[in-house]
Design a protein around this ligand. Sequence first.
Ligand SMILES: [Zn+2]
Ligand SMILES: [Zn+2]
Length: 369
Amino acid sequence: MTRTDKDYYAILGVDPKADAEAIKKAYRKLAKQYHPDANPGNPKASERFKEVGEANSVLSDTGKRAKYDQMRKLGAFGFGGARPGTRPGTQQSSNFSFEDLGGLGGFSDIFSSIFDRGRKEEARRPSGPAKGANIDYTVEVPFLVAARGGKVPISVPINEECATCGGSGGAPGTTWKKCGECGGTGTVSFGQGGFAVSRPCPACVGRGELPDTECGACGGEGKIHQERSIQVTVPAGVDSGSRVRLTGQGERGAGGGPPGDLVITFKVLPHRFFQREGSDIQVTVPINMVQATLGSKIRVSTISGRKVVLRIPPGTQPGTRFRIRGQGISREGRRGDQYVEVRVDVPETLTEEQQERIREFADSAGLKW
Ligand SMILES: [Zn+2]
Ligand SMILES: [Zn+2]
């Protein structure tokens, strides 16, 4: 999710009352100024270019601009002293979700291709450290592990920048030659909204250069695909959809930057016997008609693994629910109960003699048959 607390007007250096033409003009000027082609290997320009594009994508769209203005007015994010022309992006105030503006996906596709390339260039010419990417991962948790808490081993696929070549794809110390495909620019361009948008060159993957000797560790790809084995601690009573963030377990940061996070979403698997209703457990247990009629004691499994004796009183009807206190799920200091619903099974086959006895019973009890 893209979050921002940025003042788009300040980013473009225009007045909040600026008309569409003024916004367009400001955007074109800045986009040209900070375009990665004009600033090779300059992460600050690349960041600025991104901000400018972001600002324009909102302010140039009448609907999005109206929503943005509304949020601004409502103080969804505090602008501090931001004035047109000031260097934006330094205020740390309440965030609003970019999704609130709706349907901004389009621009990020265009821009991400440029930033992928920008990142690779940074890898070649190390600049500032950058935090590694976060990884989202869904963990399937067996029902009883979720109920009691425990650990689940997972293997997370991680694509990380190759440590041997720093993501360049070239063997350490190799010489580089200009890529023939793109003439060394690393990009192929096409027109978009008044300036050329670049996509990474497929031959050199945006590097603009090809190594004489490819990196042996990554086969020239610049990335390493690996699996990381982690024991995930599952809190007792976890529900499907709940999430935990494992700080520092994401992709490794570039240039000595901190690693990203691993964001785990739990998915609790169903159990063939136990069902969950909030903190309570629901089960259905079959008893036979004699147990139901005369009463009985049955042993019922609980999530703790212990069996509990449940007394079935004489004359118990099918569908009767019994409660076993405190055998539900413990959550936030409260323990749920287990509910046992009885099903009464009727014998499917009887011998002639057994049938005769049942008829005798029915006659004596005045039951029609
Ligand atoms: Zn490598
Ligand atoms: Zn190329």
